[in-house]
Design a binder for this molecule. Structure first.
Ligand SMILES: [Cu+2]
Length: 127
């Protein structure tokens, strides 16, 4: 948990900047990163319904960047009605396998989960 929080804090500002408007977690996203990290304490997480904090959705988009150092894939994605996201370009965390599986300019369909710790791609299907 601790390690994950530290790692995601590197990529989070990009994702949060892109996706915080109109989201339930906007309140949290407005906090400075240092405090945000402290909010991730186990006691805070267990006090909330995980179903409200992490949502799973799918989207389609075009890969615009892959950052091995940050562990992210940036996607220009279409609207995601299920979670009330407009179309935008944003960075998603993605593991090495997923990052190596796509290239810039490629069209993809993907599934992801999103919450206070950021947005993480869980699977990718090439279009
Ligand atoms: Cu987005």
């Amino acid at each position: 948990m601790r390690t994950t929080t530290l790692l995601t804090s590197l990529a989070a500002p990009l994702a949060l900047a892109a996706c915080d408007s109109g989201q339930d977690m906007a309140e949290m996203n407005d906090m400075p990163m240092a405090e945000d990290g402290m909010m991730m304490d186990d006691q805070d997480m267990s006090a909330m319904d995980p179903g409200d904090m992490m949502q799973t959705a799918s989207a389609e988009g075009t890969v615009t960047a892959i950052d091995g150092e940050a562990g992210t894939i940036t996607v220009e994605h279409g609207p995601v009605a299920a979670i009330d996201w407009p179309a935008m370009t944003m960075a998603f965390e993605a593991d090495e396998q997923l990052r190596s599986d796509v290239s810039v300019g490629e069209g993809i369909s993907f599934e992801f989960r999103t919450g206070p710790e950021g947005s993480v791609i869980t699977s990718i299907t090439k279009q």
